[in-house]
Design a protein around this ligand. Structure first.
Ligand code: IMP
Length: 423
């Protein structure tokens, strides 16, 4: 059985959590393949709102098994808080939530190293969520990391102490002015580790092979967005994992030829949280209006997100890198009330007009070239059928579909499960 893949095409926060939750009813397994608690996947249904960080977004459906893959990095403290927040739902975690033994751990000192590294960067800081993501992946690729499976062995504390020693030496070397209370951080860590060891730790790639053989339907869930990919994103203002389609292969053990549909999620406009280039960013009233109407505040850090018009140059790039087969457009409702809607179709650079992402969009001056469309006044949030949409919004969708050469299958007009229109 083939595997479908769902990922964000911009700088994260596209609304992946909502769509996974909506699609879960048709899948047996929801498997998260990268990132960690830097993600904040927001789900809303029946008047409740939930933010998940590490746990896959299929957790609220009774049927689906949720798997945290080897490509994910796990902070036991945050993970256990997520579990506690889910306690009203009486979820059968033993059977419905599986964790890869090969997933790496985020230690308290990874968080300190993240904070120290950002502090000394000054203006060049990445704008990290400070969850220890970068340092945890550095230990993974540096072959020093601790994995979930290590927690099952008797000597795991010795491994921890060895890594702690190395981290403390690194912290001393960085010599950043940061304040911390490592003793209480470690207390919380050890307590959570005890609890995490009781969860179902599996050889996740084996689980995935067997699920495929048994004809189960699998949806691989990405975190962050393609433009934050460690290789193809706006480096160095990126996260430390492979957020693009290839990440599902390495982060779950799925063979490339087993991937069928690639669902690409994008917002009807663009947002970015943290530092880094953003060619269509708006600093005017329009940008403010998007931020307010779209409630654009980070689900993990609460930071205000930067807002701007849709960037088709960047979106086309993401569609290509990922081999997107179906698009899902989120937050169309946020654009109601704009007289004119703009879409960036090319960049003007000192070397001329281009329609692709150049090597370094951070230091080259880029002026976006816009096409303009008539806006609409109607509130879309209560609309449940395509026929109810205003003509200008339908024209916007049709234009995007043609420009992106990929069908837009879902149009979302609000955070609730019900505000999802299939085309
Ligand atoms: P880190 O992954 O926490 O180190 O953050 C690196 C960059 O990715 C920063 O600009 C963050 O704001 C951004 N980032 C990380 N996770 C997310 C996310 O889930 N949504 C949006 N941006 C994110």
């Amino acid at each position: 059985m083939a595997v479908d893949l769902l990922l964000g095409l911009q700088w994260g926060d596209e609304g992946k959590g909502k769509i996974v939750d909506v699609l879960t009813a048709s899948y047996d397994v929801i498997a998260r393949f990268q990132g960690g608690p830097n993600a904040g996947h927001t789900l809303e249904f029946e008047g409740n709102k939930h933010v998940l960080h590490t746990i896959p977004s299929g957790i609220f459906h009774p049927k689906a098994v949720n798997l945290i893959g080897n490509g994910v990095v796990i902070d036991p403290v945050i993970f256990m808080k997520e579990i506690e927040n889910l306690s009203p739902y009486q979820i059968d975690f033993k059977n419905k939530l599986l964790i890869s033994k090969k997933a790496h751990l985020i230690l308290p000192t990874h968080r300190l190293l993240d904070a120290a590294s950002e502090a000394v960067k000054g203006k060049a800081k990445i704008g990290s969520t400070l969850k220890g993501i970068g340092p945890a992946y550095m230990d993974k690729t540096g072959r020093n990391g601790m994995r979930m499976g290590d927690l099952l062995a008797d000597d795991w504390e010795e491994k921890y102490q060895r890594l702690l020693k190395k981290h403390l030496a690194l912290l001393e070397g960085i010599n950043a002015q940061i304040e911390y209370d490592l003793i209480s951080m470690q207390e919380a860590f050890f307590e959570s580790v005890k609890a995490v060891r009781e969860f179902t730790l599996v050889d996740s790639e084996q689980y995935i092979f067997e699920a495929q053989k048994a004809g189960k339907k699998i949806l691989a869930e990405g975190a962050q967005g393609s433009l934050l990919d460690i290789d193809f994103g706006t480096y160095p203002f990126v996260t430390s994992s492979t957020t693009t389609a290839a990440g599902a292969c390495t982060g779950l053990g799925i063979a490339p030829n087993k991937i069928k549909e690639v669902f690409g999620i994008f917002k009807a406009y663009t947002t970015r949280v943290g530092s880094g280039p953003f060619p269509t960013e708006l600093f005017d009233e329009d940008g403010k209006q998007m931020g307010v109407a779209g409630h654009e505040f980070g689900a993990t850090t609460g930071r205000a997100r930067r807002c701007g018009w849709l960037d088709l140059v960047a979106l086309k790039y993401s569609i290509q890198i990922n081999g997107v087969t179906q698009l899902m457009m989120m937050k169309g409702d946020v654009l109601s009330g704009f007289k004119t809607i703009k879409v960036c179709t090319a960049y003007d650079t000192p070397k001329g007009r281009i329609d692709y992402l150049p090597y370094d969009i951070a230091s080259e001056p880029i002026t976006p070239v816009y096409e303009e469309f008539e806006g609409w006044e109607e509130d879309l949030t209560a609309m449940t059928r395509l026929e109810e949409f205003p003509k200008s919004f339908l024209d916007y969708i049709t234009y995007l579909e043609a420009a992106l050469e990929t069908p837009i299958r879902i149009v979302s007009v609000g955070p609730d499960r019900k505000q999802t229109i299939f085309r």
